[in-house]
Structures are given as C-alpha cells and as structure tokens.
Design a protein around this ligand. Structure first.
Ligand code: NDP
Ligand code: OXD
Length: 309
C-alpha cells in the first residue's frame, strides 16, 4: 500500500516534506513516476490530469489537498469504488473569515479607492458605509460559510445565510432552498459566495441573481470562478446596479493577462489566496485516513459523490 501525490501546476515539495517529517518510513510516490501502479491505494490530489486514476486498479481513496472537491468530481473517469475525501481544517476556516472580513471592510471604507487617489496626490474625502448599515448575505453555510457568517455577526453586521437545509447559527438568519433564495438576495448589501461548485451552483452568480440584490450591492466570490457569469457581473457594474466585486477565484487560473477584470476600477482581484491549505496543518488528518483505510475503518471528511460536496 502506498500514497501517491497527483497534481498539475502545484509545488508539491511542502507536501512531501510534511508527510515525510510526520512519518519518515512512509512510501510516498509522485505521479507520473510510480514504481508499481497496483501498489497505489491512496491518492493525494489537486487538479489531477483527467482520466489518470484509471491506471490504478487498487485505488480506494482520493483525498483532496483542499476543501473543494470539484477538481476531482469533474473527472468522468473517476473509479466507481474510490471514496473521495477533503480537508477540514481550523486554520483554513479562520483564514477564510479574515479574508472575507478584510474584503468587506476594504469595500465599505473605500481603501482601494484611496490607494488610487494617493497615486494622484488627491485629498478627497468620501462617504463610507458603517457596519450597522450593511446586511451580509452568505451563500453556503458549510464548514467555511457557517464560521464566516458567525464572525461577521460578532463583528456587528446583520447576517443572513442561505443553504440547502435549515440549521441554527448564532446571530444568523438562515434561508433555505430555491423558494427562499429571492428573499435572501433582496436583503444582501454584500453577497459572499462560499458554495461548493456543483451542477446546481455553477453559474449561480448571474444576471437574475444580481437583479434581485439591492441597488449598490457588492459581491465577494471566494468559492469557484465557475459560480460567476463574468459578463453578467461586468454588465451589472456597468449599469450601476452593483458597486463592484472582490474576486479571488476565476474560470481560468491564473487569470489571463488580457482579462478585463485586471484593469476594472471596481473589481479587486486576488490570486486564489483567500484561504490556503498548509500541508503541515493537515497531513495529520491525511495520514489518519491512510491508516483508517489500511484498517478498513470509515474515513474522515468523506464527500458525497452524488451531491457533489
Ligand atoms: P461545505 O461542503 O462544508 O459547505 C457547502 C455549503 O453549501 C453547505 O452549507 C451546503 O448546504 C451549501 N450548498 C451546497 N449546494 C447548495 C445549493 N444547491 N443550494 C444552496 N446551498 C447549497 O463547503 P466549505 O464551506 O468547506 O467550502 C466551500 C467552498 O469554498 C469549497 O467547495 C471551495 O470551492 C471554496 N474554497 C475556496 C478557497 C479559497 O481560497 N478561495 C479555500 C477553501 C475553499 P447544506 O449545508 O444544506 O448541505
Ligand atoms: C480549496 C481551495 O478548495 O483552495 O481548498 O480552493
């Protein structure tokens, strides 16, 4: 039984180091340099070449290196019997809260705009939005969304959340399903997307969604680029219905140099950095699952392949 690391476009050296420091005798192999395909039972994966898992007849677990699993589940040749797991990590959760809070406050206090004014040596005082005047709309109330919603609530914001199923969260009014989506959207001055990418949520940040938001609303997308219909966002900002957006994720990453988002004055672009998985923080749970697999015990943080998250 061996672990294989399989990625594209990712520096895996911190992962290899963290795994080997934690368990020096571990047999870690890195795709495509695999000694014996039939020896691989556990894959640690990020953005693997589609179809590649078919070459490993004894693969039983595919573990995402991050919280999202869309990069795994989109593979039409995923082995039927492999269990898919993901990362759930307190550091990842906390980092998402600090990023989204920073993005919201940056917008409310106009800090990006002041940086542009500074370049022109322009002393111009602008009106700003106060915490008590802003309602946050949190799309997705899972591990990340629920925590972020509670952090915003504790910071004094009025917070509404939207998910598939009902739950109780401190200081958060929860809306569920398609029936309550419009009521939820109608109140959101800042809409934050923390949904997983699935068939149901792809393209959910679109013209119809934006039209339901109050005039002057702001979008923070930290989930996946495919949630957003890019031209609908540009049009909504152009017409003045949306004030702008903070975008951390994109349909194509890195964002191509010629993309209009780069130079849009009302769009802040960050390079998928809202919350980054630190190998040293999560190898414990990866190895725990590797051990459980060997002992034929149930695994931690298993996702539903049918639901897509
Ligand atoms: P979870 O799987 O824990 O939570 C998903 C939430 O979305 C749940 O509340 C779920 O509802 C809700 N949801 C799913 N489908 C629908 C739907 N059709 N309608 C309404 N609600 C829906 O995910 P996490 O919180 O851990 O992560 C969310 C996403 O954040 C990840 O999938 C990833 O794409 C992204 N991410 C981005 C990072 C970055 O740096 N930018 C870093 C880490 C993650 P219910 O609870 O009712 O099932
Ligand atoms: C993740 C991500 O899913 O980094 O963890 O986007």
């Amino acid at each position: 039984m061996s672990i294989m690391i399989i990625t594209q476009g990712k520096d895996i050296s911190p992962w290899v180091k963290a795994l080997q420091e934690t368990r020096p005798d571990l047999n870690v192999q890195v795709y495509p340099d695999i000694r014996d395909d039939s020896d691989i039972t556990f894959a640690l994966s990020w953005n693997h070449p589609l179809g590649a898992f078919q070459g490993f007849p004894n693969l039983k677990c595919i573990a995402s290196m991050g919280a999202g699993v869309d990069h795994i589940l989109k593979d039409p040749d995923l082995p039927e019997t492999a269990v898919v797991t993901r990362v759930v990590d307190e550091n990842l959760t906390r980092d998402m809260a600090t990023f989204t809070l920073a993005a919201a406050l940056n917008y409310m206090r106009g800090l990006t705009e002041y940086k542009a004014l500074q370049h022109r040596h322009a002393w111009e005082r602008r009106e700003y939005k106060r915490v008590g005047e802003v309602t946050i709309g949190m799309m997705g109330l899972g591990v990340l969304g629920a925590h972020v919603a509670e952090v915003f609530s504790r910071a004094g914001f009025r917070v509404n959340g939207w998910a598939r199923s009902a739950r109780l969260l401190d200081g958060v009014t929860v809306y569920t399903g398609q029936n309550e989506l419009n009521t939820f959207l109608a109140q959101a001055n800042i809409l934050i997307c923390l949904l997983p990418l699935t068939k149901e949520t792809a393209g959910i940040l679109n013209k119809a969604t934006f039209a339901r938001l109050p005039k002057g609303a702001y979008l923070i997308n930290v989930a996946r680029g495919e949630h957003l219909v890019e031209e609908d966002l540009l049009e909504a900002i152009e017409t003045g219905h949306l004030a702008g957006a903070s975008l951390d994720v994109f349909r194509e990453e890195p964002l191509p140099a010629a993309h209009p988002f780069w130079r849009h004055p009302n769009i802040d672009v960050t390079p998928h950095i809202a919350s980054v998985t630190h190998p040293a923080s999560v190898v414990g749970q990866i190895l725990e699952n590797y051990d459980r697999l060997r002992k034929e015990e149930s695994l931690l943080h298993v996702v539903s392949r049918q639901r897509g998250y």
